[in-house]
Design a protein around this ligand. Structure first.
Ligand code: BEZ
Length: 251
């Protein structure tokens, strides 16, 4: 999926993405070695992996994000790469990824998992989290209603997998899944316009069918208004996230 990222805004207003990613790094059992942060974004978690003792390379497909990652983390290595089509000159001990795989089209996951498998040493760990089944369901279903009212179809391409879908794919790629979970994570958004900003940042794909920006603004306002009773709690906006996490080993 081609997304035009605003790396500055992502870093200032969506830092909760990498803050939650800290919990994913706790699943890593290796104490050090070589690593890849796949879909490293602004490099915040690449730095965490470095601080944990890994000799790490951040890979990302977005030039804007790579620029930010390099600016924020001088001395760390970042490279442009497509998660579904990358190769390393030398396999690594850990491949880590946070909040990336739901952006990858469902049918491309087997090829991505093959790239990950080929890029790991035997005994290497693959640790990741992404949006799981039911992710942001309240937001998507409200937007689908408002889109329909305006005569549009709400189409998404995000892949929010369940454990029962994804663990078999990871095992078919050759890994042994050692840990897997799907869980709720009601996620606090930033500021009085938190939900509106979140929709503008993350839902560019479904909104691409609406050419009139005033109408897009109206749709967002109507959906936000409807969602207020459920997702605005004690003066704060929340997104109804679900997350899937796994730790798998190439053995
Ligand atoms: C997420 O990070 O949970 C997300 C990304 C894109 C669309 C919806 C949710």
């Amino acid at each position: 999926m081609n997304i035009k990222w605003n790396a500055d805004k992502y870093t200032s207003d969506f830092s909760f993405v990498h803050k939650h990613g800290l919990g994913v790094t706790e699943l890593i059992e290796k104490q050090g070695g070589t690593a890849v942060d796949l879909g490293c974004g602004n490099g915040a978690l690449t730095k965490v992996l470095h601080d944990k003792g890994f000799d790490v390379i951040g890979l990302d497909a977005s030039d804007e994000m790579l620029e930010k990652a390099k600016e924020n983390n001088p001395g760390l290595e970042f490279r442009k790469a497509d998660a579904t089509d990358f190769r390393l000159e030398k396999p690594v001990d850990l491949i880590f990824s946070n909040a990336v795989f739901h952006w990858i089209d469902r049918e491309k996951h087997p090829q991505m998992l093959k790239c990950v498998y080929d890029a790991l040493n035997f005994g290497g760990e693959f640790v990741f989290e992404f949006g799981g089944r039911g992710n942001a369901h309240k937001i998507h279903s409200e937007l689908a209603k408002v889109f329909a009212k305006h005569g549009y179809e709400y189409k998404t391409k995000y892949y929010f997998a369940g454990v029962g879908d994804y663990a078999p794919l990871v095992e078919q790629a050759g890994f042994t899944v050692r840990y897997a979970a799907l869980f709720d994570r009601q996620t606090e958004l930033v500021g009085e316009n938190g939900l509106e900003e979140w929709i503008r940042m993350f839902l560019q794909f479904p909104f691409s069918v609406i050419k009139d920006s005033a109408e897009a603004d109206e749709i967002i306002a109507e959906a936000v208004d409807e969602l207020k009773s459920e997702l605005y709690i004690n003066g704060k906006w929340y997104a109804d996230y679900m997350r899937i996490r796994m730790r798998a080993v190439k053995d």
